[in-house]
Design a protein around this ligand. Structure first.
Ligand code: C2E
Ligand code: MG
Ligand code: MG
Length: 670
């Protein structure tokens, strides 16, 4: 301690007592004291407010006022000077009350000696100093802290705790105090929520059987934690659900099918796996745009969910591909009831924003364990069955069977063999003549791919072309045929046309204009001698792109024929939307018009229509003289068919129609 005298305020309403106290203090020689005296509590209060004192010695009873009242008043007005109470009575309960009120010490006037008072003063000052230090530590703690005595009463707390108590009071709509919050905190759980604040409570015992309660505000952490949890939940949802339709996605489905297989195996149960694929979805996307495509998928998803019972499961694997699972009871038919409900619900045309979109669904079914005992096997077989359904416009639901499997395996094998055949240039091109009906002269030849496999023998294009279209080999195959056909045609003795078939896949995936141009340049064939045959499906799949590509080809001077006319979906609109040079009436009409009046009417109408639109008309598959007579009568311009020549190797081509082969009525022109 420094040498400054200790400033003491002595408050006692009794002058004799005041004198005694001052005398006793001054009679000790150890410490220097600077004593001020007051006989009135209100006066003493004013003095203390104005001048800092080191200690107050205060009488316990002063008329109507007690020393305890004085302490409370001082503490209430922010004065924290230590106050020692002096009493004429013996100590006891008053002693306890004084300490609780915040008295620094409690001394009986009867036992007062210079040593006792000197020690009490110095201890009280040192204690107060320590308390101040402790309080300043508390004040700077980044948490609400309260010291609680063994009767659960707060003895010391920091401003944060006071603030929290006020907040607590407000939220409880009461005049709650520090004492109430303390009581509540003593009993609370580890995590306390006061309105929107979350607090973490830590409690530790003090040496005097009390406790320190520390409340950390963890609201922000909790928010962050909640946000993280929500984000994790969202991510988990996204990982398992399709964000557009809300259906479980491929990941979710994989987990589900694996679980289903494991459980069914353990319980000796059966279940159906349904592979669902929308029909004409690509066309809807292409014709009406992706927005409508999405609307269709949403509507279909809604209907699928509607079709499902509480135990059924449906997922969207991507695009227009869905999978469903239905439990099967022994004796249930091989086609599940769910498949029938879905077929009925989705085979209707669907109305989307005032538009009627025609769609439908192809469903393949595989049954566990008969059609596969693993997820992969079941899925692959349901897929096989779905493709079978796709290929049959009359039956939309197919259950898997072994024959399908053989068919698929054979297709795969043919695909592999075809790849080798293309790489080894084992494919040939044959040519079939086309003739002018009036003049009887050869106008051109259609190039047709031929494949003679060393083991399987001659495989027809109707088998290998669809396979090549499925596995993408058609782009190489098509290029090969185009080059060969042009190379060969350049060497012909007569400059007649060569017609080459082009697959819709080539239009979609190859820069056809560039390919045709480069082949013409390389081979030296005049563009006017090349004709490309395309089918209507080219225009249905992606109308804009197809029109763009076909126009580019026409700009090269190459002509375009519409092949298999009459067998597609939108004949009239297709015919009008693009200026073809030639319409090829499909063999199926030519084949049946002699026997079938309707086919004759349709063929007549088609020829008429084509003439009105200034297209040349060629009939394919002409085999009989009656057919020629009919076609001549109707004004068909050209014909192609076995009657005038089958497809042959390039070496065997003849450029005149044999007189014998000419039907009556057809002129002969060499
Ligand atoms: P397509 O383009 O309509 O070809 C005409 C088909 O009819 C040919 O069958 C031809 O041999 C056959 N045919 C011609 N006249 C007659 C007849 O009087 N009677 C009968 N019964 N049939 C006749 P092929 O060569 O089997 O070709 C079938 C289809 O395969 C072709 O139909 C064409 O769509 C496709 N194809 C053939 N070669 C190619 C090619 O190089 N590229 C592409 N993309 N497709 C091809
Ligand atoms: Mg053709
Ligand atoms: Mg054809």
């Amino acid at each position: 301690m420094d040498n400054k005298p200790i400033k003491i305020l002595v408050l006692d309403d009794d002058e004799d007592d005041t004198y005694l106290i001052c005398d006793t203090i001054e009679s000790q020689s150890e410490t220097d004291y600077d004593i001020t005296v007051s006989h009135h509590p209100s006066e003493a209060a004013d003095i203390l407010q104005e001048t800092p004192f080191d200690i107050v010695l205060c009488d316990y009873i002063m008329g109507a006022t007690s020393g305890i009242d004085f302490i409370k008043k001082m503490r209430g007005s922010g004065v924290d000077t230590p106050i020692i109470l002096l009493t004429g009575m013996g100590t006891g309960t008053a002693d306890q009350a004084a300490l609780e009120a915040g008295a620094a010490d409690f001394i009986s006037k009867t036992s007062i000696t210079p040593e006792v008072i000197d020690r009490a003063i110095r201890y009280s000052i040192a204690n107060a100093e320590r308390q101040r230090l402790f309080q300043s530590v508390l004040d700077n703690v980044n948490a609400a802290v309260v010291l609680v005595d063994n009767d659960y009463r707060p003895t010391l707390w920091n401003p944060e705790f006071t603030e929290l108590a006020t907040y607590y009071a407000k939220t409880n709509g009461e005049k709650t105090s520090v004492a109430d919050l303390t009581a509540a905190m003593v009993q609370s759980e580890r995590i306390v929520t006061i309105k929107d604040r979350v607090l973490e409570k830590k409690v530790s015992k003090t040496s005097n059987n009390g406790v320190v309660i520390i409340l950390h505000d963890v609201t922000e952490h909790v928010e962050a934690l909640r946000e993280r949890e929500a984000a994790e939940k969202r991510a988990a949802h996204l990982a398992m659900y399709c964000s557009m339709t809300g259906l479980p996605n491929r990941n979710a489905f994989s987990e589900r099918i694996d679980r289903e297989v494991a459980e069914a195996e353990a319980d000796g149960r059966e279940f159906y796996l349904l592979n669902l694929d929308l029909n004409k979805f690509k066309a809807v996307n292409d014709i009406y745009g992706h927005y409508m495509g999405d609307q269709l998928l949403n509507e279909v998803s809604r209907r699928l969910v509607e079709c499902c019972g509480p135990d059924d499961y449906i997922a969207r694997l991507g695009g227009d591909e869905f999978m469903a699972i239905q439990r099967k009871q022994p004796g249930d038919p091989v086609v599940p009831s769910l498949a029938k409900r879905i077929e009925t619900s989705i085979n209707d045309s669907i109305s989307l924003e005032d538009m009627l979109v025609e769609t439908g669904v192809s469903i393949g079914v595989a049954v566990f364990p008969h059609h596969g005992t693993t997820s992969a096997e079941l899925m692959s077989n349901a897929d096989v069955a779905m493709y079978r359904a796709k290929a049959d416009p009359l039956h939309r639901i197919y259950a898997f069977d072994e024959a399908m499997d053989k068919h698929i395996r054979l297709r795969r094998q043919i695909g592999q063999e075809l790849r080798k055949a293309i790489e080894n240039f084992e494919l040939d091109v044959h040519f079939q003549p086309q003739a002018d009906m009036l003049k009887g002269s050869i106008t051109g030849f259609e190039a047709l791919a031929r494949w003679n496999h060393e083991k399987f023998g001659a495989i027809p294009p109707s088998t290998f072309i669809p396979i090549a279209e499925d596995n993408g080999l058609i782009t190489q195959l098509g290029e090969l045929v185009l080059i060969r056909a042009c190379e060969i045609a350049v060497g012909w003795e007569k400059p007649c046309k060569v017609a080459v078939n082009i697959s819709p896949v080539q239009i979609r995936h190859v820069d056809l204009v560039e390919l045709v141009q480069s082949v013409l340049i390389k081979t030296g064939l005049s563009p006017s001698r090349l004709e490309l045959e395309v089918t209507e499906s080219v225009l249905i799949d992606d109308t804009n792109r197809a029109l763009h590509v076909l126009r580019g080809i026409k700009n090269l001077g190459v002509s375009i024929a519409l092949d298999d006319f009459g067998t597609g979906y939108s004949s009239l609109s297709t015919m009008i939307s693009f200026p073809f040079d030639k319409i090829k009436i499909d063999r199926s009409f030519v084949d049946s018009f002699a026997r079938n009046h309707q086919a004759a009417v349709i063929t007549r109408a088609m020829i008429n229509m084509a003439q009105q639109l200034n297209y040349r008309v060629i009939a394919e598959g002409v085999e009989t003289e009656e057919q020629v007579a009919f076609l001549l009568e109707e004004g068909c311009h050209e014909m192609q068919g076995y009657l005038i020549g089958k497809p042959v190797e390039p070496e065997r081509l003849t450029f005149t129609v044999e007189r014998d082969a000419l039907p009556a009525g057809m002129a002969h022109c060499a």
